[in-house]
Design a binder for this molecule. Structure first.
Ligand SMILES: NC(=O)C1=CN([C@@H]2O[C@H](COP(=O)(O)OP(=O)(O)OC[C@H]3O[C@@H](n4cnc5c(N)ncnc54)[C@H](OP(=O)(O)O)[C@@H]3O)[C@@H](O)[C@H]2O)C=CC1
Ligand SMILES: O=C(O)[C@H](O)CS(=O)(=O)O
Length: 492
């Protein structure tokens, strides 16, 4: 338990996973001015570590080191880079228990779920270890008799990442893995709330043989300063960001001056649709995983739950019964299924959305208020009678609120589901193949779960359309964002 731990390392099998330093140019460093910032456990509010509060100058040093080290790294064969990434994957899996403890302590999700995230993150390292060997070019029949045309793919150069607190391991792994597989240099800046998972990943990358300078981790509370360095430093050729659409817009504006290539995994507002012909028990199972994974703090969470009129009451009753089985508590306590929210702002957002639903006649079926545990713990909540004009219909709750909207027809629900600036994930349950075919093609989203509430995997292209992002992560598509295509015309 973390009741009064002032140093998380006391809970680890391998305390060397947390040097509580930043990793820059192959060195474990403090901030030049000695400044640090505290990392707190959201379940208890106690400080579990202090890490260096690096500056823009430190980020510039990491970028310069990456720009120097990347050339030697790119001269490795794909197979040689694959071997290093495979070793990194193996070390992540060997240290899964400790990586999970670190993640739970800084982010709050239950230990089993945290280990699941770290295995999910490692799966991207494993996947791109394999993709490193398959960066193929092509030959094209010449347009003239004396011309020979080839196309080769080369690493884009220095890539920088900015990642959120909700998946502090997997979001970095999902970016660093393709970048390193492609032969890039990589500088990661994790969220200030959750820097420890990134530090542990760097420890294991160093042990796996990633050359000094190729991979750096900038721990800093100065997100804007570091972001500006990433966008303005001419040595940087790629920015990859996961976080809110609001911050994504800021970064895209900043990146424009350098015409910086950007990948953006941004906000979502996923519809979860249950048709009359659905298997209700499977739909409830899918709604639970989609809505309450990470306590509702994922970009692909069901944000709006639409239930066709004929099964609305039955679904609401079944969902509330499942929600009431959740076990709220400290993520390091055995049996916990749901941890705290990340901070007070997150609690306020959930309270705001619930109050808004109630003000327009909605009803609480279960939950609805802060949990008796106090702090940022919140009762998982189901509300009915939600109107299309509710805030939760257009804003991302990012918390444990399941708002049930009623609908009548297929045409009506397609229009409602698509009526958003977002387009990341969507889900629907039906057993009618004609309806499944029509609906999956009409939903304007980057990802569609049909009769499932969990779609994230390294083998498929993860990403959104509209204002949910640019580019895809994972799958054989994921490495393309870290490569440049070169056309060579040889006159013979
Ligand atoms: N599409 C996807 O895959 C995902 C999308 N998201 C979205 O992100 C939001 C929740 O995550 P949250 O962390 O609050 O999102 P934020 O967008 O607030 O923060 C994301 C990251 O950006 C950093 N940041 C914030 N402002 C700036 C800036 N001006 N310049 C550079 N970096 C900055 C943050 O640093 P710091 O926290 O230290 O300030 C953090 O590391 C939700 O909207 C969610 O939907 C989240 C995860 C995945
Ligand atoms: O940050 C997120 O919300 C993740 O992208 C969700 S997932 O990849 O773990 O599904």
């Amino acid at each position: 338990m973390l009741d009064q731990v002032t140093d998380l390392r006391a809970l680890l099998k391998d305390p060397t996973l947390l040097p509580n330093k930043a990793y820059v140019a192959g060195q474990w460093i403090e901030a030049a001015d000695g400044k640090t910032f505290a990392v707190t456990n959201p379940a208890r509010g106690d400080v579990i570590a202090h890490v260096p509060d690096l500056t823009r100058a430190d980020a510039a040093r990491a970028i310069a080191a990456a720009d120097k080290a990347r050339h030697g790294w790119a001269q490795h064969t794909g197979k040689e880079r694959a071997a290093v990434l495979r070793k990194w994957f193996d070390l992540c899996m060997e240290n899964l228990d400790d990586l999970g403890t670190i993640l739970t302590a800084e982010q709050g999700k239950p230990h089993a779920e945290a280990k699941g995230e770290c295995a999910y993150g490692a799966s991207y390292i494993e996947w791109f270890a394999e993709e490193a060997k398959r960066i193929y070019g092509e030959t094209i029949p010449g347009h003239q008799r004396d011309k020979r045309i080839t196309v080769i793919k080369q690493p884009i150069g220095v890539a920088c990442s900015i990642t959120p607190w909700n998946f502090p391991n997997a979001m970095i792994a999902r970016k660093a893995a393709p970048a390193l597989a492609a032969g890039c240099g990589f500088v990661a800046r994790p969220a200030a709330e959750t820097p420890l998972s990134a530090i542990a990943l760097a420890v294991l990358a160093e042990r796996a043989g990633v050359p000094a300078g190729v991979f750096s981790v900038i721990t800093s509370s100065r997100s804007s300063d570091i972001g500006k360095e990433f966008c303005e430093n001419p040595k940087v050729r790629k920015l990859t960001f996961t976080g809110s659409t609001e911050v994504g817009r800021i970064l895209l504006r900043q990146a424009a001056d350098q015409v910086l290539k950007c990948s953006m995994e941004l906000g979502g507002n996923a519809p979860f649709i249950v048709f009359d012909d659905a298997d209700l028990d499977k739909a409830v199972e899918g709604a639970m995983i989609s809505k309450f994974r990470n306590n509702g703090q994922t970009c692909v969470c069901a944000n709006r739950i639409y239930v066709q009129a004929g099964v609305y009451d039955a679904f609401a009753e079944k969902l509330a019964a499942a929600v009431n089985k959740l076990s709220i508590g400290d993520g390091l306590k055995a049996g916990t299924t749901t941890g705290p929210l990340i901070n007070e702002d997150a609690v306020a957002k959930v309270e705001e959305h619930i109050a808004d639903v109630l003000a327009s006649g909605g009803k609480i079926v279960t939950g609805g208020k802060r949990h008796a545990l106090g702090g940022t713990f919140f009762e998982p909540t189901v509300v009915t009678g939600v109107l299309p004009t509710a805030k939760v219909a257009t804003e991302e709750t990012f918390g444990p609120l399941a708002p049930l909207f009623k609908f009548d027809t297929e045409e009506e629900i397609i229009a409602l589901a698509n009526d958003t600036i977002f387009g990341l994930a969507s889900y629907f349950y039906s057993r009618d193949i004609g309806r499944i075919t029509r609906v999956q093609e009409q939903l304007e989203y980057g990802m569609v779960g049909v009769n499932t509430g969990l779609i994230s995997t390294e083998v498929a292209p993860f990403g959104g359309v509209k204002q949910s992002g640019l580019g895809r992560e994972g799958s054989h598509h994921g490495i393309e964002d870290y490569l440049e295509m070169k056309y060579i015309c040889l006159s013979v």
